[in-house]
Every structure is written in structure tokens, then in C-alpha cells.
Write a protein that binds this ligand. Structure first.
Ligand code: GRG
Length: 361
């Protein structure tokens, strides 16, 4: 298992062929929040102790561009992403495999990761077209991870986005292969999609970033530790390791890939990485709170599953109020990373952080 850093982060150094001159800075920078989750030891409380459905009890403010503008921004980006994904994966031979892939890729979802990639690219001066290949690719990886996560050998869940999980609809073998094919398509899509539009050096860096996020130092590592932790007494350090890898890492890669193809400097890309790590972890803290405060119908997936399985969650280890305070801290830390950028251009990312904090499903 990877050595844990001070906050459960691995001591990371991306292995790389010596003649490949890509600059991929090590991901050793810790999350900077006033309290770390690890040192933030609230007494465990009843995670169901509040009926409120909003994780943070704040109202989105009107600064930069207003919340209505953000809703419009989000809606137009989500529409563009949905069209691009549909084009990227037409129904063709082998039909059943493609149906299964399309079933999970085009089944709705909030599209947070691709919008994050587009917003980060635009912040650096790039446009939506430059961001499109990496935006689609991160959603393909995300869809793959959901298909695999729902399998009986993993989280064993029958419901996803309000519909039968992929393996329920198509069978376990097809679901497994559809996930594998989505993962392969993600990398093919970046390579093909960037050709001609994005400098090759940026595309290569994005591929390396995405590969690192998915593999043995990313999602797969988080999942393996999560599975190994079943039935064990899990503390905050391990919980954070799991979520930094399983959840936050892909959101981080989405924003970082967007910033890279948009032409950000190394310092700018690293600011965006720190921003995205905070919102990635925030995403999971919110997910844990919603799991105990919303119904399966409201979530479109099985609610209360973690509680029923006696799994470690932020509400369980910190109490609901502790988890909410940590969420608020993560939003603030994420937003602080945006202060170096032009306020108007950074507004979508600022609002995305709040969107994640206030989401209801
Ligand atoms: C096969 C290389 C390889 C890795 C897969 C299965 C697995 C390893 C990892 C599981 C990763 C996982 C499913 C993490 C949960 C992340 C999460 C909070 C998902 C929910 O994301 P939303 O709310 O979903 O954005 P929508 O439906 O809106 O897209």
C-alpha cells in the first residue's frame, strides 16, 4: 500500500521514462484547510440527527456573476458535453457492447467533471473546443468507475441514476467490458480529439495526468483501500486516503487537464490542482451527508447504504455538524486558490465549488 503522507496523501512521484520531457509536478502539496480532517476530531454523533437536506446552510451570493448566470453557464456547458459525448460514442458494431457503454455514459448525471475541465480551460484563456476532448474523457472515466463500482464484486449496487445499474441491465460480463472499453475510449478520445487543435505537448501531459488519476496511484488505489476497509475500524486518515483517491483525484484531473490544454503556466495549473483537490474532497463530504439526509428517490441511488453497512463516513466520524464545518472549510480553501486569477474569469469555478456544496443529489 502507498505510504500515507501527513493527511493520508501518498508520497507521490510519477514514474516516467527518462527521455520523456513532460513536466508533471509531484502531487505532494497537502490540502490547506484551517483544520485537517485528520486533526478535526469531533465526537462521533448520530449522523441522522438533522433533517435538513442542504449540506451547507448558506445561500449562494451574487458576487462576480450571479447565481442565475451560473445556472445558465452550467446548463449550456452540460448541453455541449452531452452532445459531444453522444457524438463520441455512436451506436455501432458490436451493438450490445456499445449499448451498454452508451447506457452509462449518456444516462444523465450532473456532468460536474467535464464542466470543471471546461471552466479551468477557459480560465487559462482556452476555449470550449480545446477543452472538449479532455472534458469528454473525464466523463468516460467517471462512467467506467460507476459501472465497475456497482458490480457485485465491488459495491454491489443495483440502482444508479434512478435506473438499474449497468450489470443489472446488461449482465456482469458485458458491464465489465463496457467499463473497460469506456476507459480505453477516454484515452483514445484525448489523443484523437486534441490532434490538430491542442499542442501535442499539452495533450501528452493531459494523458499522463488522467492515467495517473485512474491507476494504481488514483482511483484504483482508493477503491482497493475502500474494499479492504470493509468491516474494519476506519479512522479519519484512512477515510481521507480513500476519498482523496476514489473521488477527489478524478475531479482534480478534470480541472488540471482543462488547465493544461488551456495553456496555464505550471504555477497556475498547480493552483487549480489545489482548488480541485479541495472541491473533490468536498464532493465526498457532501455525498456522505446527503446519504443520510436524502431518500433513494431524491438521490437516484440507494440512500443510507453506508449507514446500513456501518461504513466509515464523515458524518459518522465527525458528526453531521463537524462534516458541515469541514465542508465549509473546504469551500473556503478552494475559493482562496482562485484569488490569484481574474475574478470574472474565475467566477464559474468559484460557483462550481458552491454548486458542489449546495447540491441536493
Ligand atoms: C477500473 C482503473 C479502474 C478503476 C475503477 C470502481 C473504481 C475503480 C473506483 C470507484 C470510484 C467511484 C465510483 C467513486 C465514487 C465517486 C462519486 C462520489 C460518484 C458520484 O459522482 P456524481 O455525483 O455522479 O458526480 P453523477 O451521477 O452525477 O455523474
Amino acid at each position: 500500500m502507498a505510504k500515507f503522507g501527513s493527511r493520508g496523501l501518498p508520497h507521490h512521484a510519477a514514474p516516467m521514462a527518462p527521455n520523456l520531457k513532460l513536466h508533471i509536478p509531484p502531487r505532494t502539496a497537502p490540502l490547506k484547510t484551517k483544520h485537517s480532517a485528520v486533526s478535526f476530531r469531533c465526537a462521533a454523533a448520530d449522523p441522522t440527527s438533522t433533517a435538513s437536506s442542504s449540506v451547507l446552510q448558506l445561500q449562494p451570493d451574487k458576487e462576480c456573476f450571479g447565481f442565475d448566470d451560473f445556472k445558465q453557464y452550467m446548463a449550456s456547458k452540460v448541453a455541449a458535453v452531452n452532445e459531444a459525448l453522444d457524438r463520441a460514442l455512436p451506436l455501432r458494431h458490436q451493438e450490445r457492447l456499445h449499448e451498454s457503454m452508451r447506457y452509462s455514459l449518456l444516462a444523465g448525471g450532473k456532468r460536474v467533471r467535464p464542466v470543471l475541465a471546461i471552466a479551468a480551460c477557459e480560465l487559462m484563456g482556452g476555449d470550449e473546443a480545446a477543452a472538449a476532448p479532455v472534458a469528454c474523457a473525464v466523463e468516460m472515466v467517471h462512467a467506467m468507475s460507476l459501472v465497475h463500482d456497482d458490480l457485485p464484486c465491488m459495491d454491489d449496487d443495483d440502482l444508479r441514476r434512478g435506473r438499474p445499474a449497468n450489470h443489472v441491465a446488461f449482465g456482469i460480463s458485458t458491464a465489465l467490458l463496457a467499463g473497460d472499453a469506456l476507459l480505453a475510449l477516454a484515452f483514445e478520445h484525448v489523443a484523437r480529439g486534441c490532434a490538430g487543435g491542442v499542442p501535442a505537448e499539452r495533450a501528452l501531459r493531459a494523458v499522463a495526468e488522467l492515467g495517473n488519476a485512474v491507476g494504481a496511484e488514483g482511483l484504483a488505489a482508493g477503491q482497493v483501500v475502500d474494499l479492504a476497509s470493509e468491516g474494519a475500524a476506519v479512522g479519519l486518515a484512512t477515510l481521507e486516503y480513500i476519498h482523496v483517491h476514489k473521488t477527489a483525484r478524478l475531479l482534480e484531473a478534470a480541472a488540471v487537464c482543462g488547465a493544461i490544454v488551456g495553456g496555464g503556466t505550471d504555477e497556475e495549473v498547480e493552483s487549480i490542482r489545489r482548488y480541485a483537490r479541495c472541491i473533490g474532497l468536498l464532493f465526498q463530504v457532501v455525498d456522505d451527508v446527503l446519504d443520510v439526509t436524502r431518500t433513494s428517490e431524491q438521490l437516484g441511488k440507494t440512500a443510507g447504504k453506508d449507514l446500513a453497512a456501518d461504513k466509515a463516513t464523515y458524518p459518522k466520524l465527525m458528526g453531521i455538524d463537524g462534516a458541515r464545518a469541514y465542508a465549509a472549510e473546504l469551500v473556503a480553501s478552494a475559493e482562496a486558490e482562485l484569488d490569484r486569477f481574474d475574478a470574472g474569469r474565475a467566477a464559474p469555478l468559484r460557483h462550481l465549488a458552491r454548486f458542489i456544496a449546495y447540491r441536493q443529489n
